[in-house]
Structure formats: structure tokens, C-alpha cells
Design a protein around this ligand. Sequence first.
Ligand SMILES: Nc1ncnc2c1ncn2[C@@H]1O[C@H](COP(=O)(O)OP(=O)(O)OP(=O)(O)O)[C@@H](O)[C@H]1O
Ligand SMILES: Cc1ncc(C[n+]2csc(CCOP(=O)(O)O)c2C)c(N)n1
Ligand SMILES: [Mg+2]
Ligand SMILES: [Mg+2]
Ligand SMILES: [Mg+2]
Length: 306
Amino acid sequence: MSTIGDLGEFGLIGRLTRRLRPGRAVRLGPGDDAAVIAAPDGRVVATTDLLVEGRHFRRDWSGPYDIGRKAAAQNLADVVAMGARPTALLVGFAAPLSTPAAWAERLYDGLDDECRAAGASVAGGDLVGAPEVTLAVTALGDLGGEPPITRSGARPGDVVAVRGRLGYSAAGMRLLAEGRDGPAELIEAHRRPQPPYAAGEEARALGATALLDVSDGLLQDLGHIAAASGVRIEVDSRAVPVPAILGADGPRHVLTGGEDHAFAGTFPADTVLPPSWSPVGVVAEGAGVLLDGREPEVAGWDHFRA
Ligand SMILES: Nc1ncnc2c1ncn2[C@@H]1O[C@H](COP(=O)(O)OP(=O)(O)OP(=O)(O)O)[C@@H](O)[C@H]1O
Ligand SMILES: Cc1ncc(C[n+]2csc(CCOP(=O)(O)O)c2C)c(N)n1
Ligand SMILES: [Mg+2]
Ligand SMILES: [Mg+2]
Ligand SMILES: [Mg+2]
């Protein structure tokens, strides 16, 4: 079995980049000092997120293909959450030299497939030998001439709505931690989030006043909209859909579980929301997030508290 150490830095770069398919916005991809990405709008949306072994994923819980998909998805979702179309990813990849080359190749297949699903591609990156697997992913996006949908535009009277799965990843992680092997749908959801990438364009068409992706937990992430917009967000727990598959702790997973990368937005009160968007609360004057009129004890994930 060949390892990435056997291949060497440039051998591995060649093996990995060969797996990537060219993307629509990439004018010059891997191979030079930098990539060249089309930015027809003249403004580039840029975002970066780290994934660290043992903190974001475990190699005994997830295979390389799913880790690649997750690393891409969490960054592509941030671009979509700005109301932009993802164009390209840059991937910093650190791994032990004993890592099987096939593991690294499957990681790149996952990155490439998730990019495809969002209309982007991997345009470049960096490679380092290191004691643990770490991925530092940067995503770029195109606003198509439209203004970004920020966290700061929510206004009192707006309705708060969510699109996409919530709580599945947290429920799946709990099962993995307990050594259980089902329900498969939950475990798969933890390994591979499925952000509904169409939500960005939908939210824009619906006149969203603020938008973000739910990475840390619904209540906590809504807190970012509340803070940036200078408003209070009031969530009604009875309005938040809790699928039965999530089990007894379903309500907690849905309200505070991260990593599904659903989208949460605020919309003018008279907006007619399609069924894919579930209204979960309202925007009011004030500050913070209230759940059924009270401050929640737990709101979501915090790296420095976990
Ligand atoms: N080390 C840093 N240096 C500069 N800015 C940072 C740093 N870390 C975070 N930020 C900025 O803080 C803001 C919030 O970051 P955060 O990572 O919470 O958002 P997110 O990527 O949407 O969420 P998540 O990381 O949970 O997926 C972003 O605008 C981000 O660019
Ligand atoms: C091994 C392992 N332990 C814990 C977790 C849970 N977890 C890690 S990061 C995060 C929030 C989003 O991260 P970020 O804010 O960095 O985007 C959550 C819920 C996991 N996925 N794997
Ligand atoms: Mg981040
Ligand atoms: Mg985000
Ligand atoms: Mg976070």
C-alpha cells in the first residue's frame, strides 16, 4: 500500500489534482503560484473554515470521501449564506506521512463531488506533512451583481424561517459516540451534511433581510443575526419541526445541534414562504434570542467550551 510519504509532496499534488474536474469559474487552476478565478461582478465573496482531526471529525467515524464532502460543504454553505454562487475552493491539507495515498485520493473525490453539487471546483491549495489531519478550506463566490445578504438586515416584524435539516448531525454524532450503527440516516447525516444550496437564491428571491447557515446550532446562530441587526429574535419551539427519527432528544438536537448547514433567514412579515421554508419565530425590538419567551440555557457549539 503506498502512503503519501512514499509519493512525496509533488507526487501527491499530482495524484490529487488529477482527480479534480475543471470548474466554470476557474480560468487557471492548480499548477502555478496562484489560481485565477473569474469575478464578473467585480466583488468576491471569500470565507474560510478549518477542520481538525479529533475536533471536527474522527477517522474511525468517517471515511475520507465523507470528510472531503463535509469540508467542502461547510465552506460552500457560507458562500451561499451570503446570497452568492460558489465559484472555487482552495484547500490546505495537512496529514501524517503514513496516510495511505488512497485515503488522500478519496478525500479529494469527496471535495470534488461536493463542489460539483454547488457549481464550484477546487482551484488550488497547499500540502504539509503533520501529526494530525487538518483541512483549511477557503471558498470564493460570485454575487452576480446583487448585494450580499448579510446578518445585519433583520428588522422588527420580520418572520424567521429555516430551510434544510436540523438536528440530524448532532443525533448522528451521539449514535457514533455511543458505538451504535443506526439509524443509518442520522449517522450518514453526521458524516455528510447536505446543505440545500438552492436556499441562497430562494432567499434572495423571497426578499430575505438576513441569512446564515446553521453551523453551531439554530439558537446560537440566530444570536449572530440578532446581534448584527440590533434586534431580538423570538423562537417558538412549537413551530420548529422535530422529525420523529431524531428520538427523545430531538427538540434539543434541532434547536442546538450544529453541522447540518441548514439555512436560517429573516423575511418581511408579508412574505409568502414556500413549503421548503419553515417559519420558526419572529424578529422583535430588543436584543438576544428567546425560546418561548425565555433565554435558552444551551444555544449551540463553542470550540472553547466543548
Ligand atoms: N481567526 C480569525 N481572524 C479573523 N476573522 C475571523 C477569525 N475567525 C473568525 N473570524 C470571522 O468571524 C466571523 C464569524 O466566524 P464564524 O467562524 O463563527 O462564522 P461561520 O464560518 O459562518 O461559522 P462556523 O465556523 O461555525 O461554520 C466571520 O466573519 C469570520 O471571518
Ligand atoms: C470528533 C468530533 N467531536 C465533536 C464534533 C462536534 N462539532 C465539532 S465542530 C462543531 C460546530 C461547527 O464547527 P465550526 O464552528 O468549526 O465550523 C460541532 C458541533 C464533531 N463533529 N466531531
Ligand atoms: Mg467559520
Ligand atoms: Mg456560516
Ligand atoms: Mg462555529
